[in-house]
Write a protein that binds this ligand. Structure first.
Ligand SMILES: Cc1ncc(COP(=O)(O)O)c(C=O)c1O
Length: 382
C-alpha cells in the first residue's frame, strides 16, 4: 500500500491532509515521492528556520546519540548545561533560568503552571484569536470553539480579551490574575502584528499589579521576525515560551524565566525534557542562526518579500502584513483554493484562518527562490 493509504487507514484523522507525500528536503526545497520539487514557504509551520537537511545539525545529532542520547534531569549533563547557559545569554536580561520540554504546547503548559505556582493566583488572561497549543492548559488559553468544544470542560480561570486592546485587557484584570499570555505576532490567528505601545502598557500594568507576562514565541522565535526573539522589538516578558525551530527540527521546547518564577522541587518535570540529543541539535542550530545572521536575513528578505507582495495589483488581496519572514496575505475570499493552486505551481504555503495565506519560509531561502514564489503568487491571484 502507498503511504497515503497506510496513513489514512492507521492514523487518527486529525490533520486535514494535502494530497502529497513529502520524502526529502534540502535548504528551502522539498521533494515529493514523484521527484517533484517545491519551494517551502511553510517550514513545517515554522520549524525549519535553518532549512532542511543541515549537515552540521545532522552531525551533532549523530555524534551525540553515540555519546549519550538520553539523560534524565536528575543527572547533570554537559551538553544540557551548555545549552542552558547559551539560551539564557541570548535571552532578554531579565530571563535568568530555563526549563526544557519537548514542544510548544508543553512550553505553554509549563509557563501557565509556573505562573500559578509563583503568584499563588489562578486566573490567566489570553487574547482572542491567540493560539498556544492543544494540551489542556494551553488549549484553555487557545482561542476558538473549533478546538475547545469537543474537549469541554476547559481548565478554569482563563479569560479571553480582544488582541491589541489595552483597555479591555485592563478591565479583565482582577486581584486573582496570575498572568497574561500573549503572542507578539499572532500566527494561527491570521499573522496579526501586535502594537508595541499596547505591549508596553501591558508590561506596566503587570508591574503595577504583580502579574507575570508570558510571551509565546513558539512561532516567532529564533530569527523569524527579524530579531532572535520578537520580544526584542516589543517588550520584555517574565516568561518566554519557545519551541519549533529551537533544535533545527528535533522536538524541543523551553520556558525562559525571570527571578519572579519560583516552582517547588519535583512539581514539573519531563522525561525527555533537555535530553542531550535535542540539546546538541539546539546548540548546533543556534550557532548556525548566529553565524549566518539569520535574523537580519529574515528582516531584509521579509521587507523585500512584503514590498513585492504589496505591489501586486489584485482585486483578491485585502492586505499584506507581517514581520520579517512571517508574512500573511489576507484575501477577500477563502484562501484554501489558492493554497492548493500554489502547491500545484510548486510552492507550499499555509493557511492562517479561512482567508489568510501564511508564508513562513526557511530563513535560508534565497532571493531567487522568493522571486519564484512571488511569480507563482502573482499568477494565482491575478
Ligand atoms: C504561538 C504558538 N504557540 C504554541 C504552539 C503549539 O506548539 P506545538 O504544536 O509544538 O505544541 C504553536 C503551534 O503552532 C504556536 O504557533
Amino acid at each position: 500500500m502507498n503511504p497515503k493509504d497506510l496513513e489514512d487507514r492507521y492514523e487518527l484523522p486529525v490533520y486535514p491532509r494535502r494530497d502529497v507525500v513529502l520524502v526529502r528536503g534540502k535548504g528551502a526545497r522539498l521533494y515529493d515521492d514523484q521527484g517533484r520539487e517545491y519551494i517551502d514557504c511553510a517550514s513545517n509551520v515554522g520549524v525549519s528556520n535553518i532549512g532542511h537537511g543541515n549537515e552540521e545539525v545532522a552531525k551533532a545529532i549523530y555524534e551525540q546519540y553515540l555519546t549519550l542520547g538520553n539523560c534524565y534531569g536528575m543527572f547533570y549533563n554537559p551538553v544540557r548545561a551548555r545549552l542552558a547557559e547559551k539560551l539564557v545569554s541570548l535571552s532578554p536580561p531579565k530571563l535568568k533560568r530555563v526549563f526544557f520540554c519537548n514542544s510548544g504546547t508543553e512550553a505553554v503548559e509549563g509557563a501557565l503552571k509556573f505562573a500559578r505556582a509563583s503568584t499563588g493566583k489562578g486566573e490567566i488572561i489570553a487574547a482572542m484569536r491567540g493560539f498556544h497549543g492543544k494540551t489542556f492548559g494551553a488549549l484553555a488559553a487557545t482561542w476558538g470553539e473549533e478546538y475547545q468544544k469537543p474537549f469541554m470542560p476547559m481548565m478554569p480561570g482563563l479569560k479571553h480579551v480582544p488582541f491589541n486592546n489595552f483597555q479591555k485587557l485592563a478591565e479583565a484584570v482582577s486581584g486573582e490574575t496570575a498572568a497574561i499570555i500573549l503572542e507578539l505576532v499572532q500566527g494561527e490567528g491570521g499573522v496579526r502584528v501586535g502594537d508595541k505601545a499596547c505591549f508596553q502598557q501591558v508590561r506596566e500594568l503587570c508591574d503595577q499589579r504583580g502579574i507575570l507576562l508570558i510571551l509565546d514565541e513558539v512561532q516567532t522565535g529564533f530569527g523569524r521576525t527579524g530579531t532572535l526573539f520578537a520580544c526584542e522589538q516589543f517588550v520584555e516578558p517574565d516568561l518566554l515560551c519557545v519551541a519549533k525551530s529551537l533544535a533545527g527540527g528535533i522536538p524541543m521546547g523551553a520556558v525562559l524565566c525571570s527571578d519572579a518564577v519560583k516552582v517547588p522541587m519535583k512539581s514539573h518535570t519531563s522525561t525527555f525534557g533537555g535530553n542531550p540529543l535535542a540539546c546538541a541539535a539546539a546548540l548546533a542550530t543556534l550557532e548556525i542562526i548566529e553565524r549566518e545572521n539569520l535574523p537580519e536575513r529574515a528582516r531584509t528578505l521579509g521587507e523585500y518579500f512584503m514590498g513585492e507582495l504589496r505591489a501586486i495589483r489584485s482585486e483578491k488581496i485585502r492586505e499584506v502584513r507581517g514581520l520579517g519572514l512571517m508574512v500573511g496575505i489576507e484575501l477577500k475570499e477563502k484562501a484554501g483554493p489558492y493554497v492548493q493552486h500554489l502547491m500545484e505551481k510548486g510552492v507550499i504555503v499555509l493557511l492562517a484562518g479561512a482567508t489568510v495565506i501564511r508564508l513562513l519560509p526557511p530563513l535560508v531561502i534565497t532571493r531567487e527562490e522568493i522571486d519564484r514564489v512571488l511569480a507563482a503568487i502573482k499568477e494565482v491571484l491575478t
